[in-house]
Every structure is written in C-alpha cells, then in structure tokens.
Design a protein around this ligand. Structure first.
Ligand code: SF4
Length: 361
C-alpha cells in the first residue's frame, strides 16, 4: 500500500545520493546488519549500582571504545552478533543506569534544570513520567524513512510560538502511560507490518531518554532507531545516545541565538545545536531538517546551510522545508504571521544547491 502512497519511498532505495548518505542504514534495511543498539547490548559493562557516577562514566567511555571495535567487526562481516554471548550486564544497561542518575538532577537538555524528576519535580519541559501522545505508522516522513513507526512523546524543551504540534509539545501531562515493555511490543508489531524504523519524536524525545533506552533494551528486533530531535540535548545525553541510534533526524532551524530566544524561548542555541550535530555526525548517520521561516533567510537559513556545508560535509542529507504555517501563537509576532513566499523558498533551495548540499527531493 505504501508503495502506492509514496512511490519515492520505494525508488529512493536505488538512489545513489541517498545510499551515500545512509550506507549503514540501507544495509540494516536489507537485513545484512543489526541496528546499533543491538550491538550495544553485546558489549560487556560489568558494574555495580553502588558505584559512584564518575566511575560509571569512566566505564562508559571504555565500553564505547569496545562498542566501536565490535561494530567494525560486525559491519566488516568478521563477527555475527547471534554467535556472541549476551553479557550479564551490557553497555545499554550502563546507559540506562546513567540516564536514571541524570534524571535525579535533570541535565538531559541544555536547560539543565537540576530538578529531581525521579521524585516528581518538574523543570522547564514540565515532563514527569513519560507519556505517549500517539504512535502510528507515518507515511509523511522523508522517503528513506517511510513507512516509519513514529512515537510521539508528550512535552518539549522548546516553546516555539508557531508550533504545529503544540497540543502535544506544550501539554506533557496529556497522553497515555505505557511501560517500556509495552512500547517494545508495539515496535515489534510495527516491524511485522513493514516499518523501516522506529522514530522517536514529540514534542521532543530528549526528556524521555531514560524511557527510550529502556524500551530499546526490551526490544529484540531489527528496526533502526531514529532520534528525531530539536538537538538541544546536553553533552551527557549525547554521550548516552552514542551507539544507540542509526539516524539522527535533526532539526536545525535557527541561525543565531537571538531568533532562537525570541521564537523558541531558549538560550545558547547555536553553540548547543552545532555541537550536537558534530557529535551526531561522528556517531551515526544524519538527516537534517531545516524549516525555512518567513523573513529569516539572511539571519537563519543561509547561516545554517553554510555551516552544514562547511562542517558536516556534502554527503549529509538535508531537507529544506517549506511547510511553515503560522500556527499556535504566531499571531503575536506579525513578522512571522504569514506563510513562506514561493520566492523565499526558491532562494533557500538555490543557496543549498550552490553549496552542493545533498538535498531531499
Ligand atoms: S529535560 Fe531539560 S527541560 Fe526537562 S527537566 Fe530536564 S533539563 Fe529541564
């Protein structure tokens, strides 16, 4: 059915430019390789929960080196995961323990609220226990992802005044509470129904890192994992994400801190998001979304596209998006209370083409 709905999702499998951007993901799709988090589960990480957090981070660094060696052997066809014993305690178990500790004085994102979310305290995002706003097979994502089993978590670390998903992002108390095991079972169902990946989004997945790692620990299948984020997570979260994601589906909207502060309510945007893009690029494959905002070509679109070309290389897939709509509270800002003009979008695409970026058609 999806081949009729999205013929490009089928033809992209033979697209040379897409294959260059997602070489490993394509091999996972063909069943030749396991997703990264399954490799993570085979890396031994012997630790005791009584250990100090610094000791656990030290072990995590060592285990990540082991992970990279193991991944290289698996990808090179020298080792099969099925032939390896499962360790009593794995790198993924260690990541779960560290994520739990991060929640006790929450530093999952760069707001660094320091609240004890394990005791029910709430920070900027307002997220308490993880809730799912919805989950379904998504046919509207980029062609390489479709069909994408997409999990929408409630809550977000941004306050974008034009948010299209404000009913999800700004209401962290809404939605259904599931256990990681229940979500894992839904992912397995989606895999049986032809999903290409599991896509964690929201709102934003970052405040739900612990829950998502626990879910991946439960899930025994072969779908790739996609981290669909605003990229505002902390460097500690970036460390914990390493080795667990196959694609970072990264939102890169603002070209400077002042626009980010004005329209999304956040500080230190540029420093944080560029840092996380670089880390993501070194860890896995990257698909960047840039939403072109009306009146923001010079201050946002051009700097973002140039930074991508200069720092991430031209193999990285970029989706220059024209979908902006003045939703939610955009009416309070007359300068963005309109649709993008065709001329603005054309200039954005021309700039991306001139820079030689690998664009999503
Ligand atoms: S996830 Fe970010 S915004 Fe939410 S409580 Fe933690 S540090 Fe604060």
């Amino acid at each position: 059915m999806w081949r009729i709905l999205r013929p490009d999702a089928f033809s992209v499998l033979g697209d040379e430019k897409a294959r260059r951007s997602f070489p490993r993901y394509f091999r996972v799709l063909r069943g030749e390789l396991p997703p990264r988090f399954q490799v993570c589960k085979r890396v031994p990480a012997p630790f005791d929960p009584s250990w100090k957090t610094e000791e656990l981070w030290r072990l995590h660094g060592l285990c990540l080196e082991d992970f990279r060696k193991l991944l290289s052997l698996v990808d090179g066809g020298k080792l099969k995961l099925e032939e390896m014993e499962k360790p009593a305690s794995s790198l993924l178990d260690l990541k779960v323990e560290l994520a739990r500790r991060l929640l006790s004085s929450c530093r999952l994102c760069e707001h660094r609220c320091g609240v004890n979310r394990l005791e029910g305290e709430r920070g900027f995002c307002g997220v308490g226990r993880t809730r799912l706003a919805s989950e379904f097979m998504h046919y509207g994502e980029e062609s390489v992802l479709v069909p994408s089993y997409t999990v929408f978590f409630s809550g977000c670390t941004f306050r974008c005044c034009f948010c299209q998903n404000w009913d999800i992002s700004q209401y962290p108390e809404e939605g259904e509470e599931l256990s990681p095991r229940e979500l894992s079972s839904l992912i397995s169902d989606a895999e049986r129904h032809g999903a290409r990946n599991v896509n964690f989004v929201g709102g934003n997945p970052d405040p739900h890192l612990l829950f998502i790692l626990e879910t991946l620990r439960e899930y025994g299948g072969r779908l790739s994992s996609v981290w669909n984020s605003n990229m505002y997570y902390s460097s500690q979260s970036a460390e914990l994400l390493k080795g667990t994601q196959d694609i970072y589906l990264a939102d890169f909207k603002w070209g400077n801190d002042s626009c980010a502060r004005k329209y999304s309510g956040i500080s230190r945007y540029w420093e944080t998001v560029t840092r996380n893009h670089l880390t993501a690029r070194s860890d896995a494959e990257l698909l960047i979304r840039h939403l072109v905002m009306p009146g923001h070509l010079e201050c946002c679109t051009f700097p973002v596209l140039r930074w991508i070309a200069e720092n991430l290389g031209r193999e990285v897939r970029v989706n220059v998006m024209a979908q902006y709509r003045p939703c939610y509270m955009a009416g309070k800002y007359p300068e963005i209370n309109r649709f993008l003009s065709p001329q603005e979008f054309k200039r954005a695409v021309e700039e991306a083409e001139e820079l030689g970026l690998n664009l999503e058609p």
